[in-house]
Design a protein around this ligand. Structure first.
Ligand SMILES: Nc1ncnc2c1ncn2[C@@H]1O[C@H](COP(=O)(O)OP(=O)(O)O)[C@@H](O)[C@H]1O
Ligand SMILES: [Mg+2]
Length: 379
């Protein structure tokens, strides 16, 4: 008798500016996943938040997407799709009902970048269904997504983060002079302005003077109600991949050499000219330091499954600053996260397998925790 394959729902697309990146990551995973062990069930989420299964959700989403050159490939054609809801069935399973017929799943692999995908919302929804899912839980996802909260957590753990200020959009709009004065008192130019909750460098600017700081804050305020102004440095960009649940491991570090003044959206996805150096050409000591810090950052936010931890290394002093943790990093076969594992000895296909197994393990571990309180134990 052949063993039933594990049914993996791959969730992609989604309501974020990184919809297109998600499509490319999910395509890579669906292509490379071990088909003897896993059965793939593609689940697309449109930019409006509609979940589609049946037909070919990938084709449908790619046809509707606005793919930048580095992500573009062929795609049009329509496919039949159906409105879908995910409903819990029993502790280990849930069902996607499509046109009335339930679609059973054993585990979900969310390949969604940015808000409404990587920020704990989808994770919370999956918790409610009772289904195991790949990657970080609600807390780590939400903390990792919010750069302001993440920095506070990292600081509380004694991890090195660059000086920064956080402002509400409302405050920026009502008292711009006060905000500028506070930034100029605390930080030097250049400064980086960022929306707190986003990714792919959307809404991020480098300000060399007061005029650019004003423009940068206005730009960031288009995307979020919370804005960050951070000390800018001349930096090398070093990244480490982390994998695991309670006992995570770190990959060899990699370095990104951006094609522009900083690793902007254009440098990431439009030029297609930024270079990845693997392993990063840094000293053995620096390598050990970033690997250790990556694991500390991972544990600080109570991450699970995977994350890419990004650092900025001051070109002048060699000082290493923790920049951010990305709980669903780019996952195309040529993305940094899987490439670093490949260089560390874990192939793309094996990585996908490990992540799914980690999801199942974590789910089992969670099921061990009591969900009701036995009054006879009361003291
Ligand atoms: N404080 C800083 N000093 C120098 N460069 C920075 C700084 N903050 C961000 N950058 C540049 O901007 C890029 C995007 O910022 P980041 O905080 O990583 O946001 P995202 O989540 O969009 O990737 C970084 O990869 C880096 O090139
Ligand atoms: Mg980044």
């Amino acid at each position: 008798m052949t063993k039933r394959k594990i049914r993996v729902g791959i969730l992609f697309g989604g309501r974020s500016g990184e919809h297109e990146v998600s499509l490319t990551s999910a395509q890579g995973i669906m292509k490379a996943i071990d088909k003897d062990k896993y059965e793939v069930v593609p689940i697309g989420i449109t930019k409006e938040g509609r979940w589609i299964t049946g037909g070919d959700p990938m084709k449908e989403l790619r046809a509707a997407a606005d793919l930048p050159p580095a992500l573009a490939a062929t795609a049009d054609q329509e496919a039949e799709a159906s409105q879908t809801v995910l409903v819990p069935l029993e502790p280990r399973r849930a069902a996607l009902t499509t046109s009335g017929a339930p679609l059973e799943l054993d585990v979900i692999f969310p390949v969604l970048h940015g808000p409404y995908g990587e920020d704990g919302t989808v994770q919370g929804f999956l918790e409610l269904t009772g289904l195991p899912y790949v990657g970080a839980g609600v807390t780590a996802s939400a903390v990792g997504m919010d750069k302001a909260i993440a920095k506070n957590v990292f600081r509380a753990h004694g991890l090195p983060v660059l000086p920064y200020r956080v402002f509400l959009r409302r405050v920026w709009e009502s008292d711009p002079a006060g905000v500028i004065a506070e930034c100029e008192a605390a930080l030097r130019y250049p400064m980086f302005t960022k929306p707190a909750n986003l990714g792919s460098s959307v809404g991020i600017s480098k300000a060399h003077n007061r005029q650019e700081l004003t423009a940068g804050l206005d730009e960031a305020a288009r995307y979020d109600r919370k804005l960050i102004v951070e000390q800018g440095i001349e930096a090398r960009e070093i990244e480490v991949s982390v994998l695991g649940n309670d006992d995570p491991i770190a990959s060899v570090p990699g370095e990104i050499v951006p094609s522009r003044e900083f690793y902007s959206y254009a440098a990431k996805y439009i030029d297609d000219a930024s270079e990845l150096l693997i392993p990063a050409p840094i000293s053995a000591e620096q390598t050990e330091q970033v690997r250790r810090l990556a694991i500390e950052a991972y544990k600080a936010v109570d991450c699970a499954g995977m994350a890419r931890v990004d650092f900025l290394m001051d070109k002048a002093t060699g000082n290493i600053w923790l920049n951010e943790i990305d709980t669903i990093p780019g996952f195309t076969p040529i993305s940094m996260y899987p490439k670093l594992w490949e260089a560390t000895g874990i192939s793309y296909t094996e990585l996908i397998d490990r992540l799914i197994q980690l999801a199942l393990e974590r789910h089992e571990d969670k099921r061990r925790s009591a969900t009701s309180f036995d009054v006879t134990r009361a003291t």
